[in-house]
Design a protein around this ligand. Structure first.
Ligand code: KIV
Ligand code: ZN
Length: 387
């Protein structure tokens, strides 16, 4: 199995979600949990963005010992110095330099020619290498960059000393087919690529961040970047938990694995949601409230007979205590009987039949029925029988 390195950017790209603003204490708490989760590298922030950011990144660098700590920097000395100051105390620091390469960014944002992009990137990487052994270079908007120019930039980055070269789908424009082909071509055409970690970083504007990340893995990348719960700029980044589980469940296809400690996924997701204030979509894969809930009678019947009929992941595997059979409009007698037992009652068939009628009458008035409702219905039934 090939090892896929996980670069977590919850504290940098994730914090770029509108409305999210973490304190130093909150960032440290999340960083320590990410370390427990088993990510290889934590991007702690963008130190040049504010003095407060330098303090947070410094504190994370001081406290986290097992995971490597990265800091983001644009391709200039001032940013590199801010990053250097912030992560110099880390056990394994990594400087992350970014410069856009696509024609749109070159023309409208940077006002630079291809040659100027190459020169600027090269001098920033060479400057950064004076202080850092580990250096990642990102070609921002790589998925909209001409392939021949990608080859040139990646080759220059490797020759200048980058140890990781990252190709982001910055605006979530790629499709799995084109994105996978881009990595395949880079592997075939850029000398020295086998000596560095080739990385990807996807955004979710078309809902394809996880699919694009998996296509990149299939075509040879060594590192993936993402966030917990997929938070991040606009529609967010690749959700790390989704990639970790896809690799775990489909090793027949990818033959690759992360070091993510799977049963730390749910506690990490809850912590990130609580501290960032970013609610997790209920039907979100792996960590949503409904990810292990079953509502229809047909599914519930299958689940009660054998969980693999409708569940490919056991909830305990990702740190969720158990699956739930939700009592809703489509639920049947099997689920009600299981719920009654779970609540500690032992009803006769006749009593269960009566309860089922009452439950069906109630569900027409409510979206779903809670344990408390079932208890009340049962107690009411007993009380009526006794009086
Ligand atoms: O989306 C992007 O291109 C980025 C880079 C800084 C890697 O976040
Ligand atoms: Zn990004």
């Amino acid at each position: 199995m090939k090892k896929i390195h996980v670069f977590d950017t919850t504290l940098r790209d994730g914090e770029q979600s509108p409305g999210v603003n973490l304190t130093t204490d909150e960032k440290v708490k999340i960083a320590l949990q990410l370390e427990k989760l088993g990510v290889d590298r934590i991007e702690a922030g963008f130190p040049a963005s504010s003095p407060g950011e330098i303090i947070s990144v410094k504190e994370i660098s001081r406290q986290v010992k097992n995971a490597s700590i990265a800091a983001l920097s644009r391709a200039n000395k001032k940013d590199i110095e801010a990053a250097r100051e912030a992560i110099k105390g880390a056990a394994t620091p990594c400087l992350h330099i970014v410069l856009a390469t696509s024609p749109i960014h070159r023309k409208y944002k940077l006002n630079m020619t291809k040659e100027q992009v190459l020169e600027t990137a090269e001098s920033a990487i060479r400057y950064g290498k004076k202080y850092f052994d580990n250096l990642e270079f990102s070609l921002e908007d790589a998925s909209r960059t001409e392939i021949d120019f990608i080859y040139e930039v990646v080759h220059m980055a490797i020759k200048s000393g980058a140890t990781v070269v990252n190709l982001p789908d910055t605006v979530g424009y790629a499709s799995p087919e084109t994105f996978g082909t881009m990595f395949k071509k880079i592997k075939e055409n850029v000398p020295g690529v086998e000596n560095i970690l080739l990385s990807t970083h996807c955004h979710n504007d078309l809902g394809m961040a996880t699919a694009n990340t998996l296509a990149a893995i299939y075509n040879g990348v060594d590192q993936i970047e993402g966030t917990i719960n997929g938070i991040g700029e606009r529609a967010g980044n690749t959700a790390i938990e989704e990639v970790a589980l896809a690799l775990e469940m489909r090793s027949d296809i990818y033959q690759a694995k992360t070091d993510i400690v799977l049963n730390e996924i749910y506690p990490t997701s809850r912590m990130v949601s609580k501290l960032t204030g970013m609610m997790v979509q209920r039907n979100k894969a792996i960590v949503g409230d409904h990810a292990f809930s079953h509502e229809s009678g047909i599914h519930q019947d299958g689940m009660l007979k054998e969980p693999t009929t409708y569940e490919i992941i056991r909830p305990e595997m990702v740190g969720v205590s158990s699956s739930t059979l939700v009592l809703g409009k489509h639920s049947g007698r099997h689920a009600l009987k299981a719920k009654v037992r779970h609540l500690g009652y032992n009803l006769s068939q006749q009593e269960l039949n009566e309860l089922f009628q009452k439950f069906k009458a109630l569900i027409d008035k409510k979206r779903y029925v809670l344990d408390e409702d079932i208890r009340l219905l049962i107690d009411e039934q007993y009380v009526n029988e006794e009086s």
